[in-house]
Structure formats: C-alpha cells, structure tokens
Write a protein of this length. Sequence first.
Length: 253
Amino acid sequence: MAPMQLTVIGCSGSFPGPDSPASCYLLEAEGFRLVIDMGNGSLGVLQRHAELFGVDAVCLSHLHADHCMDLSSYWVARQYAPDGPRPPIPVYGPVATADRIAGLSGEKADSIRARFDVRNLSRTQEIGPFRVTTERMNHPVETFGFRVEHAGWTVAYSADTGPTDALVNLAQDADLLLSEASFQNNDNNPPDLHLTARQAGEHATRAGAAQLVLTHLVPWYDRDRSLAQAAETYCGPLSAATSGLVLGPGAGR
Ligand SMILES: [Zn+2]
C-alpha cells in the first residue's frame, strides 16, 4: 500500500509571506488527494503539486481568511472550467462554511453548494483512504485540529490554537505533529489565540509526538529564534515548515 505523503503548500501564519502562502497542506495516499485548509495564495502554489482539478476532498480547520480564503478562488475555477462546471467534491468544515465561502465569493450559498458538497466536521470521518479525527481547539472561533491516520502512520495538525489539552490528545503518540507556533516568548501575547514556539514544544513533548514541525510562522518573526525556543521544551526531531516541504513515510518516493 502506498504510504501517505504530506506536502506543505502554505505555512505562513496569519497572512501570506514572501516565500509561502497562508495555511494549506496536501495529503496524498493511494491516489487520493486531501487538502487541509486553503489560505490566501495557496491555490497558486497548490497547482505546482497537484493538477487543478485533481483535489478529491477539502477540510477547513476554521473560517479565518488565512485558512479558507482560496476556497473561494477554487470555487471560481470549478464553476467556470472551460469544458463546463466540475462535479462537487466534499468540503468538510465548521458550521457556516458555505455561507462564509459565499461571502468571500460574492455568491449565494446555493451556488457554492453546487460545486462543493459542504459537510459539517464530526468527531471522526473516513475521507478517501484517511481516517480523520478532530478536536476542538482553543481559538476565538470554532476551530478543529486534525489527526489523520493512514496505514499505521499518523500526523496531527494543530490548526490555530492557544494552549489546550485537546492538542495533546490529538497528537498522542503521533509520528508527526504539525504545530502552529505563531508567537515567540513575550509577556504581551494575547491569551487563548495562538501558541508560542516554546508552547508548541511543550505540547509535542506531553503528547509523545515522534517529530515536531513548526508551522503558521508569522513573517515578522525570525524562524531560527522560533526553532531555538521550541528546542527548549522538545528534544526530538524538530524543524520549521517551508512551502514545498514533503513529509511522511512516503516523502521522496
Ligand atoms: Zn485563526
């Protein structure tokens, strides 16, 4: 069985950076392509790694623009394809996903639903060959972290979150934790919004995650400093995401 491969499409936190779109990850296994989050700028870079109409399903962690904006662009592509509209694909997201994408697109929710089969995320769902489990994260809007399992390999993705035991549960014994690290050590960080890199390391250690990759890195912070702060609390393999980075047991195949 072909192993899972995860490609970081976008890892820039809160807004696109000079070297990366906002949040977007491509998971592939057994010929199935699942995209998690579609932040600003991601649809362009996604086409370097997948055919435009080769996406089989989408999951949105939450409805902040830097995680869902380009689903409105993808709606345009699927609606106005030169040989006719493309059939709907499943889009899993929070309540109000269709209305949110409609607002971003200047369309009605029914038009969005004609191209996207919008479904509410539940605790566990099978999406293609993947088992996707969710946990509610600590963020000001309804936000889901994801645990994706395939053929004995597990990746956990924090989405956006402040400190929470839910992330430890989500990442328990995972092969890889892809954790946001929006903040650096600073007494003035707002609460219940994002993690510092140090807190990302703490959560990874508590979960027993075998590898930690920092993501949602905000362009105004120095990446090496974030890595150094995460290394204060996490002793395992540690790196920072870049657009185009390939991870998972299928990496480099
Ligand atoms: Zn957010």
